[in-house]
Design a binder for this molecule. Sequence first.
Ligand SMILES: [Zn+2]
Ligand SMILES: [Zn+2]
Length: 460
Amino acid sequence: MNITCHGAARVVTGSCHQVELEGTNFLIDCGLFQGGKDLNRLNYEAFQFNPEDIDFVIVTHGHIDHCGLLPKLVKKGFNGEIYTTEATADLLPIMLSDAAFIQEKDTEHENRRRQRQGLKPREPLYTRDDAEKIPPMLRQLPYGESMKINDEVTIRFRDAGHVIGSAIVELFLTERGNEIKVVFSGDLGQWDVPIIEDPSFIWNADYVFMESTYGDRLHGKRKPRKELLFEQIMNTYKRGGKLLIPSFALERTQELLYLLSELKTERPDFPDINIYLDSPLAIKVTKVFRDHPELYDEKARSRTDKPFDFPGLTCTTTAAESMRINVSEDPAIVIAGSGMCTAGRIRHHLKHGIWDPKNTVLFVGYQAPGTLGRILLDGASEIRMMGLTLAVKAEIARIGSFSAHADRNDLTRWIEAFKEKPKKVFLVHGEGKTIDKFSEYLDQRGFNTAIPTRGNNVMT
Ligand SMILES: [Zn+2]
Ligand SMILES: [Zn+2]
């Protein structure tokens, strides 16, 4: 058996792991690299395998760093089935169509620049036509049910508690009479977060591939995130400013809406302030949440009101509606994409508001190195954007505990729940230094860890 990590090896993004057995060759995830130019360049390199030879793909969840190269895989000849959970199957067409649109727009922009420099135009990574080929290939499997794909491979999904529909993948593999169980954690969520269930524990495996995004960090848990959010709302409201929240369309946005709707009913001092969900993508994703109440945790299921649909919330789909928010002088809460400020309407809101000390830019998610979000978080006093130099005068704030990822304690709790220590724990989906520290930490606790490098086979 060969397992090769083609992405998320000493980086967080680009998850793509290839499993090769005697008669079966498949992928776990096929994600986009996200971050600075160097990472983006990897998306344009040829796959290190022949897409025509891949029998099937398993997708752990709907984040683009796990599914965003599927249309390229199809464009390059993959023609198999894609296994995922029901909610992820609902999300993939939405997420991939949006990603393809961004690819088309970015390439158009890039080609205008190339043309001015006398260079040949570049082809987009993939188009919406390529993305449209994905939905008929999707096969759904609920959590907890086993599916025998062939004589060598049986799969089972467990709730990873990271985003709606997210899965831990259990692989039961048979090769030359030997049975081996390999577990891919996918991205693991935190315990006790709103809406979705906690991550499931897995009791046994020979080998585990585990995410390490926050393997060297503990999320601040001194105050619940709802309280921290309320403080940011009040501080900005008192200054008469706008609270601009760059947010990932999947999960983070719905969590924010859920908490805002709770705050509105629980806090009599909640200000009379307009709340805008200014993201066509997040609006579509929120519909998937409404469609899957069976995936909510007990508390969310027991709510009788509508957590994603409450008075004071305006969902703005058209560009004209979005622009009206920019020109309005009223205090407001604006949730817009993209989560790392690399694209989307948040960039327009930043252009109109980053220089104004009344406003707050509140980060509620991971910011990859090289992204505008990370540059702001690192304390830049000015930024260049849309051909302008903008002074950063708005307050830059962050609520770390909002992460959809497990922190070091959560990850340790999950891996220590295995009844017997796996033979080896491969650490993926983490930045270099983080993963080194986490590996050291787990080794001290008696685990045998290894850190795959990109493109190198880690198991034979
Ligand atoms: Zn994720
Ligand atoms: Zn991820």
